[in-house]
Ligand binder design. Structure first.
Ligand SMILES: O=C[C@H](O)COP(=O)(O)O
Length: 339
């Protein structure tokens, strides 16, 4: 009986989410929809753009800190492959890379032990190969699955909910849902709240990231309002983009979402995580995002539990910069306010 239970626990088809690696911050319990708060949310576009324009160029990171920040960034990457031609082989290689993202010679010259990325992020059909590979390697790393008819989120509602349940059942411990953009564009906040509530409930013990697809929401004020509604409905993370919109993660959108997270924390005491995603491929941009988080939310958010990059190619550039760093050919000038 016990061995049957054990094998059921480890089965890919009946994976018990309580056994899976989980982010450790407490789950956002959500709250009733507060329409007054939603209506009051504003975003002063010109002030936000001015603030973001100055962010990348404030002052240099001291050279001795640069590698440490880049290593930290790696631990916060959801290493992603979301392509129509994904195969089990590609996902196995992705997992191997996530488990050992930096060559050991580079790590040892920096005096660092093994690190991993924050998670891997894949489509539903690639969860099983990802879980198998990580289990086989003995590596504890969350598998995040995009869900609910990603990227458009326009498949039948009951199938979107069922997709979440199925992804959790086969081993995803984090679910990246896409919201219905039309609820935001028509100001139907109750519908957005109800949808997010249903998605969150379907996730069970898995953490849920709400992808707002900010490039399709029309205004920064809509981004602020959608951020609040998703957090009120229990999102554990809010995420900018699918990576498939024509405009993905930007600094102005990030500032609006991060400030919504701060407002939510100040009002409820719950820390919701932030995930910029799509088009972040340069080490210096990663540093700029970390600087923004540090300035707006503080060091508490500079952890994989509360901050992730959704990125398919960022790791390659960070690796190159680290290599330059250890070989003394480090040429990029990082200017940001953390040095
Ligand atoms: O969620 C992750 C994004 O889809 C990755 O986008 P990217 O391929 O532009 O890095």
């Amino acid at each position: 009986m016990q061995s049957e239970q054990r094998s059921a626990r480890t089965s890919q088809r009946d994976r018990d989410t309580t056994q899976l690696p989980q982010v450790t911050h407490s789950r956002n319990p959500g709250m009733d929809l507060d329409m007054n708060w939603v209506r009051a949310a504003q975003a002063n576009t010109s002030a936000i753009e001015r603030r973001c324009a100055t962010l990348p160029g404030r002052r240099s990171v001291k050279k001795e800190h640069q590698a440490a920040w880049l290593l930290k960034a790696i631990t916060m990457i959801d290493l992603t492959t979301l392509s129509g031609d994904d195969t089990a082989g590609r996902v196995r290689r992705l997992c191997a890379k996530a488990a050992h993202p930096v060559r050991s010679e580079i790590l040892s010259s920096l005096g660092v032990d093994e690190i991993t990325t924050g998670a891997v992020c894949v489509y539903h059909d690639m969860i099983a190969p990802a879980v198998e590979t990580l289990d086989h390697m003995g590596v504890t790393l969350p598998v995040a699955a995009v869900s609910t008819g990603f990227p458009a989120g326009l498949s039948p509602y009951h199938l979107r909910v069922e997709e979440i349940r199925e992804s959790v059942r086969v081993g995803a411990s984090e679910i990246d849902i896409v919201i219905s953009r039309r609820h935001v564009l028509t100001g139907n906040w109750q519908a957005l709240y109800d949808e997010m509530r249903d998605f969150r409930e379907a996730c069970g013990a898995a953490h849920v990231k709400a992808i707002l697809a900010t490039g399709e929401l029309g205004s920064l004020r809509n981004v602020a309002r959608a951020s609040l509604v998703c957090m009120m409905a229990g999102a554990d993370f809010i995420k900018t983009s699918t990576g498939k919109e024509s405009v993905n993660a930007t600094l102005p959108v990030s500032l609006v979402m991060i400030r919504a997270i701060r407002d939510y924390y100040e009002a409820t005491g719950y820390r919701v995580g932030y995930k910029p995603a799509g088009g972040i491929s340069k080490a210096k941009d990663a540093i700029t995002y970390l600087a923004l988080i540090k300035e707006e939310l503080g060091d508490d958010w500079l952890t994989p539990d509360l901050f992730r990059f959704g990125a398919s190619s960022l790791l390659g550039d960070i690796e190159r910069q680290l290599e330059h760093h250890v070989t003394g050919h480090y040429s990029a000038t990082y200017r940001h306010p953390m040095g």
